[in-house]
Write a protein that binds this ligand. Structure first.
Ligand SMILES: [Zn+2]
Length: 69
């Protein structure tokens, strides 16, 4: 699983979606997957899977974090 970040199409900035996803499954279908408030546009808009990137969960900081499995 990986943290999803998605690019705002209006400003080009990436935002954390606050969700984990499997990149392979996530990209099986394209299109919008969320509608969230965008701090860059200061408005709520849709977010697209094809604009998304993934951050490995292992890179998360924090003590006591263990990888299951
Ligand atoms: Zn935006």
């Amino acid at each position: 699983m990986a943290q999803v970040i998605t690019r705002c199409r209006l400003t080009g900035h990436y935002m954390f979606m606050g969700m984990d996803a499997d990149p392979k499954e996530f990209k099986q279908s394209l299109g919008t997957f969320a509608r969230k408030f965008c701090p860059f546009c200061s408005c709520e808009h849709f977010w697209y899977k094809e604009d998304s990137k993934f951050l490995a969960a292992a890179s998360e900081p924090g003590p006591g974090v263990r990888q299951a499995g």
